[in-house]
Design a protein around this ligand. Structure first.
Ligand SMILES: O=S(=O)(O)c1ccc(O)c(O)c1
Ligand SMILES: [Fe+2]
Length: 342
């Protein structure tokens, strides 16, 4: 029996558990400039300046910092039923979340634990929100425009690739070994570089949420804002230019250690014959086009994830470890001189 996957439109929101809502509000609203769409004593629903639906980030107060769930928007309400049937047929834990019983603003949804162990929601209906695209008077901090992608840590990248390919995701770029072993992949439904990407490592864990600004000067200004306020310890990696995606980037850690990437200027991937661009793991421009080393914490640290009952999901150690491949300025393992023309 052929399984019809849900028609995923885009990565829509991440729901993060934070231990101090006030500190999280400072980081995500005051410093990053997310707009506050909904707030109560235990929950914040936030969106970027361009976003026309209720939220793209939800912060829920809890005892341990973790990913509560990732959420994808699907094209029709029938696709929510398709998602339920698809993951039920895969033998995965599935839970229907009727409108009003889940995240504020979201209509009928289904939540699953996917084959990679991640809590993932699929929904169609979501409340519309006031158009703030040209309300420059309300912009502040990093001026975040929208959610761009999720990056997940998983021990088996080929399995992650196969799962998302079966969901109809295209692949824009990869990092591969000399024998084409897959170290990382970037996959999309919307017509940019990625909605989801996979970082090799113990998983399931959330590596980061990628949020987009319109301009690289906003990425630079973000770093300056944290420096000005003596909050530079929130800066983890960058600013810099990625090899993969060609985006300009800055990685921050929020007060609970959740990683967020401020990201701008990747490229269009919408043609039906779009070809995957493949990087060799020994190319030390792959992660930073200028050859700057990737800090160890970026490879090793990530947020735990919760199951459908809010319990932490145990992790499995990785099969491949990209950080063990030392090339030029990158990697942390055995030093191998880069061959001329690598
Ligand atoms: O560091 S990489 O160039 O591989 C990279 C590319 C795009 C991303 O969104 C990212 O987080 C990391
Ligand atoms: Fe990213």
């Amino acid at each position: 029996m052929t399984l019809t996957p849900p028609d995923v439109v885009r990565s829509a929101y991440a729901q993060l558990v934070v231990t101090d809502l006030a500190k999280a509000r400072w980081f995500w609203v005051d410093m990053l400039g997310f707009h506050l769409q909904y707030e109560d004593e235990s929950l914040l629903c936030l969106r970027g300046t361009d976003e026309l639906t209720h939220h793209s980030l939800v912060l829920r107060k809890g005892g341990t910092a973790a990913l509560d769930h990732l959420s994808y928007r699907v094209r029709t309400s029938e696709d929510v039923d398709r998602a339920e049937a698809y993951f039920t047929a895969l033998g995965r834990p599935v839970r229907r979340v009727p409108k009003g019983s889940g995240t504020p603003g979201v209509g009928d949804a289904v939540r699953v634990i996917d084959p990679l162990g991640f809590p993932v929601e699929f929904f169609h209906d979501i409340e519309r929100a006031e158009r703030l695209i040209q309300r420059y008077d309300l912009r502040r901090g990093a001026e975040i425009a929208r959610l761009d992608h999720f990056n997940i840590c998983t021990p088996d990248i080929p399995a992650a690739y196969a799962h998302y390919e079966a969901l109809g995701f295209g692949c824009s770029e990869t990092i591969e070994g000399d024998e084409h072993e897959l170290y990382a992949a970037w996959m999309y439904r919307k017509q940019t570089v990625h909605d989801v990407a996979f970082t090799g490592g113990a998983g399931p864990r959330l590596h980061h949420v990628g949020v987009a600004t319109h301009e690289s000067h906003q990425v630079l200004r973000t770093a300056d804002l944290f420096g000005s306020l003596r909050q530079e310890h929130h800066i983890e990696r960058g600013p810099g230019r990625h090899g993969v995606s060609n985006a300009f980037y800055l990685y921050l850690r929020d007060p609970d250690g959740h990683r967020v990437e401020i990201y701008t200027s990747d490229y269009y991937t919408g043609d039906p014959d779009h070809e995957t661009y493949r990087w060799n793991v020994r190319d030390d421009r792959r992660r930073d086009f200028w050859g700057n080393a990737v800090i160890e914490s970026w490879y090793k640290e990530a947020s735990p994830v919760l199951d459908l009952d809010g319990r932490p999901v145990p992790v499995t150690e990785s099969v491949l470890d990209e950080s063990a491949v030392q090339v030029g300025a990158d990697g942390l393992g055995i030093v191998e001189p880069a061959k001329q023309g690598d």
